[in-house]
Design a protein around this ligand. Structure first.
Ligand code: SF4
Length: 117
């Protein structure tokens, strides 16, 4: 499988050409540093993403709170996590950086607040 990618590991945005070989190895060209190779390898074998969104709250003065994943989650879990978040209502005050949901949807990743509530 061949894929053209843009490395998102830094603002340079190198254009990568990557190929997943039958033996599982990944060849990469176009990267200006080793991080691009690591990015392409992850992207072709088990892509990960961070997620930024909002959750509903029980507080009329701020009915939605911006949140994000503390790390990255498997790309294929994004809609599962979004479904879990859409059914969630935050009923306690939190500060920026506090964990809002631990181990969201069994990903092992926390959802944290990105604003004080
Ligand atoms: S390959 Fe290296 S220099 Fe290029 S975008 Fe990725 S991290 Fe930045």
């Amino acid at each position: 499988m061949k894929k053209d990618l843009i490395c998102i590991s830094c603002p340079n945005g190198c254009r990568l050409s990557a190929e997943l070989l039958p033996d599982g190895a990944v060849t990469v060209t176009g990267n200006a540093c080793p991080r691009g190779e690591a990015f392409a390898q992850t992207e072709l074998t088990h892509p990960m993403r961070s997620l930024t969104t909002t959750v509903r709250t029980a507080f009329p003065e701020m009915p939605v709170l911006p949140v994000r994943t503390k790390g990255e989650i498997p790309k294929e879990m994004i809609w599962t996590v979004m479904g879990s978040l859409s059914a969630f209502v935050l009923d306690k005050k939190v500060r920026c950086g506090d964990v809002v949901i631990d181990d969201v949807a069994g990903t092992g990743c926390s959802i944290i607040a990105t604003l004080d509530l």
